[in-house]
Design a protein around this ligand. Structure first.
Ligand code: FAD
Ligand code: NAP
Length: 538
C-alpha cells in the first residue's frame, strides 16, 4: 500500500500515528516493516516525547537504564551503551535520537505538528487528521501514541500571569540554559519531578523555597555508573532477563516477594526493608506480597521509611512536614531520589507547608501566603500532568456519527483493554486508560501494545474496507474488571493522578490496569488468537 498525494497538503496513508516518543517511534518502525505507509505527527520540534519535554535538571528514569529501553531489536541493544544505573534525560533523549536515526524513522515524522483533530468519516471509513503544520492526513487507522504523562498541568493560581520573574513547568522545560545562580527560586510541587529538581536547584540558587502541599514517600536511587560486570551480565543474559520482565507484574526485574509481612518477625522484616533500602529504587515496595493489599502490612513499610526521613532530616519539625500521612506507601507512584531529604538540611533551603499556610495567589513579586509574600526571581512548577486522558482529550477526536471522545468520556474514560473505544473504529490508543502502562516499566508496556496493534492491523491489511471496533459489552466488562482489581488493593486510598484526583473537575476513576503486565499480555494475545474476541470486525 503506497502513500498517494491528494493535493498539496493532504495525503493518504494506511496509518496515522500521533506522537514520537518511545511508542510512536516503535510504531513507525513496526508498521513500516509490515508494508504499511505511515505518517507520524509530533508537537515537539524533536523526537523523544517525555525525554524531549522534561529537560529539567535532575530528570532521570527510575527504572534501571538497561531495562528502560527497547528490547525488540538486538542490534540496537548491542550498539547502545548505557553508562549509569538510572540514566539522565540527556542520555535517554540521545538514545531515542539514535533509534530514530538508526531505523531511519525521521522521514515519516512531521515535527512541530500538533494534531488538532482526528475525525472519522463513516462513509469513506477513513480518519482525517489535521495538524498545526497545515498537513491533513487521511488514513485507515489512527493510533494515538500521545503519552500518558505528556499533558503538563499548570495550575490556574490567581495572579499567576502577573509574575514578573521567570516561570517554568518541569514538563515543558525550555531548551536554553536556565540560570539559577544568585536567584531566589520557588518550586511548587513535591512529586517525582519536584523531588528530582529540588536538590539540583538548591545546589545552584541563592535561595530555594519549596512549596509543599502533600509530602510523598521517596526511596534513594543510589545511582552509580554501571560496572563492567553489570554490563557483561546484562549482555550475556539479556534475552532471559527481558523474558522474565515481560511476564512479571511490573515489567521490571524486581524481586517480587512471595511472603507476607506477617510471615516473619519484626527483626526479619526490618532486615528485609533495610536490605532493599540499601539496594535503592522502587524494588522497596515489593518487599512483601501484601504491601498493596493490607493496610496493617503497608504501615510497617511506611513506618520504616518515615523513620528514615527522620534520620535524614536534621530539624525534627521539617522532618515532620516532609513525612507523608495521607496515603499508604506505594499507592501514589513511589519517588526515587538523590539527596532529596538531605537538601532540607541546607541553609539556603526553606520548606513552606501549604497545608498550614495556603497559597493565596501569585503577585508580580512572588508567591503570596495570606499577608506574607515570598519574593522570588523564578517559579518552577513541578505540578505534574493531566495524566492518561489529558493528551487525548486535548485533541478533537470524533468517531462514528460525529460522537466526540470528550462526550463519551464525560463521566470517566472507558476503553476495551486500554487499546480501543466503542464507537471509534480503527482507532487505537497506546498506554490508554485501562491498560497497565504507567504502573509498569512503560517501555515494556509500550512494546506489548505496539506489537498487539501491529498484529491486528496486519491481520486486517488484506481487507481494506473492513473495520475493527471495541464492542460495548466487552468494554463495560473490561472497565468493571479494571475497577474491581483496583478496589481489591489499597491504591484507591490515595488522592493521586492514578485516580485523576490532581485535576480539578476530572472524574475520579482508577485510570490504569493493575492486574499485571504479564497477565494482561497473555489475555491480549488470547483475545487476538480468538479472532479478536470482544471486538466487532465488520
Ligand atoms: P511520550 O513520551 O509522552 O510521547 C508522546 C508524544 O506525543 C509527545 O512527544 C507529545 O509531544 C506528543 N503529542 C501529544 N499530543 C500530541 C498532539 N495532539 N499532536 C502531536 N503530538 C502530540 N516511565 C517509566 O517506566 N520509567 C521511568 O523511569 C519514567 N520516568 C519518567 C520521568 C518523567 C519526568 C516523566 C514525565 C515520565 C516518566 N515515565 C517513566 C513515563 C514516560 O512517560 C514513559 O516511560 C514513556 O516515555 C512514554 O512514552 P510515549 O511514547 O508513550 O509517550
Ligand atoms: P505529580 O506526582 O502529580 O506531583 C505534582 C506535585 O505538585 C504534587 O506534590 C502536588 O501536590 C503539587 N501540586 C499540584 N498542583 C498544586 C497547586 N495548585 N498548589 C500546590 N501544589 C500543587 O507530578 P510529577 O512530579 O510531575 O510526577 C508525575 C509522574 O511522572 C510521576 O508519578 C512518575 O510516574 C513520572 N515521573 C517519573 C520520574 C522519575 O523518577 N523517573 C520523574 C518525574 C516524573 P498534591 O499532591 O497535594 O496534589
Amino acid at each position: 500500500m503506497n502513500a498517494q498525494t491528494h493535493h498539496d497538503q493532504t495525503s493518504i496513508y494506511d496509518v496515522v500515528i500521533v506522537g514520537a516518543g518511545f511508542a510512536g517511534l516503535y510504531l513507525i518502525h513496526l508498521l513500516r516493516s509490515r508494508g504499511l505507509t505511515v505518517r507520524c505527527f509530533e508537537a515537539g520540534d524533536g523526537v523523544g516525547g517525555t525525554w524531549y519535554w522534561n529537560r529539567y535538571p535532575g530528570a532521570r528514569c527510575d527504572v534501571e537504564s538497561q531495562e528502560y529501553s527497547f528490547s525488540f531489536n538486538k542490534e540496537l541493544e548491542r550498539e547502545w551503551r548505557w553508562t549509569e544505573r538510572y540514566s539522565d534525560q540527556t542520555q535517554i533523549l540521545g538514545y531515542l535520537n539514535f533509534v530514530a536515526d538508526r531505523l531511519e524513522l525521521r522521514r515519516d515524522i512531521a515535527l512541530s505538528a500538533r494534531v488538532q483533530s482526528a475525525i472519522f468519516d463513516d462513509i469513506r471509513k477513513r480518519w482525517t487528521v489535521q495538524a498545526s503544520n497545515g498537513e491533513t492526513a487521511i488514513a485507515r487507522f489512527c493510533i494515538m501514541a500521545t503519552g500518558c504523562l505528556s499533558a503538563a498541568q499548570l495550575p490556574n493560581i490567581k495572579g499567576r500571569d502577573s509574575f514578573k520573574g521567570e516561570l517554568y513547568h518541569t514538563g515543558q522545560w525550555p531548551h536554553h540554559d536556565v540560570d539559577f545562580e544568585g536567584k531566589h527560586v520557588g518550586v511548587i510541587g513535591t512529586g517525582s519531578s519536584g523531588i528530582q529538581v529540588i536538590p539540583q536547584i538548591a545546589q545552584r540558587a541563592k535561595h530555594l523555597t519549596v512549596f509543599q502541599r502533600t509530602p510523598n514517600f521517596s526511596i534513594p536511587a543510589w545511582n552509580k555508573p554501571l560496572s563492567p560486570e553489570k554490563i557483561a551480565d546484562w549482555n550475556m543474559n539479556r534475552d532471559d532477563y527481558r523474558a522474565i520482565a515481560k511476564k512479571s507484574r511490573s515489567g521490571i526485574l524486581y524481586e517480587y516477594a512471595t511472603r507476607s509481612v506477617f510471615d516473619v518477625n519484626e527483626d526479619e522484616r526490618l532486615k528485609e526493608y533495610e536490605a532493599r533500602w540499601l539496594r535503592g529504587g522502587a524494588n522497596f515496595v515489593h518487599a512483601f506480597n501484601d504491601l498493596f493489599l493490607d493496610e496493617k502490612a503497608n504501615e510497617t513499610a511506611a513506618a520504616f521509611v518515615k523513620e528514615k526521613i527522620r534520620s535524614r532530616v536534621k530539624d525534627p519539625q521539617i522532618a515532620k512536614i516532609l513525612t507523608p500521612n495521607d496515603h499508604p506507601i506505594g499507592t501514589k507512584r513511589i519517588c526515587v531520589d538523590t539527596d532529596y531529604y538531605e537538601t532540607y538540611n541546607r541553609k539556603n533551603v526553606t520548606l513552606v507547608d501549604l497545608r498550614k499556610e495556603p497559597m493565596t495567589g501569585i503577585s508580580p513579586e512572588g508567591i503570596a501566603l495570606g499577608d506574607r509574600i515570598i519574593p522570588l526571581d523564578m517559579i518552577v512548577f513541578a505540578t505534574g500532568f493531566d495524566a492518561v486522558t489529558g493528551a487525548l482529550l486535548r485533541i478533537d477526536i470524533r468517531g462514528q456519527n460525529g460522537l466526540t471522545l470528550k462526550e463519551t468520556w464525560q463521566e470517566g474514560p472507558k476503553s476495551y483493554l486500554g487499546l480501543a473505544v466503542a464507537g471509534f473504529p480503527n482507532l487505537f490508543i497506546v498506554t490508554g486508560p485501562g491498560s497497565p502502562s504507567i504502573t509498569t516499566n512503560v517501555v515494556m508496556a509500550i512494546e506489548q501494545h505496539v506489537e498487539w496493534i501491529g498484529r491486528c492491523v496486519t491481520d486486517l491489511k488484506s481487507k481494506p474496507d473492513v473495520m475493527i471496533e471495541a464492542r460495548s459489552d466487552a468494554q463495560e466488562n473490561w472497565v468493571q474488571h479494571v475497577r474491581d482489581v483496583a478496589a481489591g488493593t489499597l491504591f484507591p486510598k490515595a488522592k493521586s493522578w492514578y485516580m485523576g484526583a490532581n485535576i480539578p473537575g476530572k472524574p475520579q476513576v482508577f485510570l490504569p490496569y493493575i492486574g499485571g503486565l504479564g497477565n494482561y499480555t497473555r489475555l491480549c494475545d488470547e483475545i487476538a488468537t480468538d479472532n479478536y474476541r470482544g471486538f466487532l470486525i465488520y
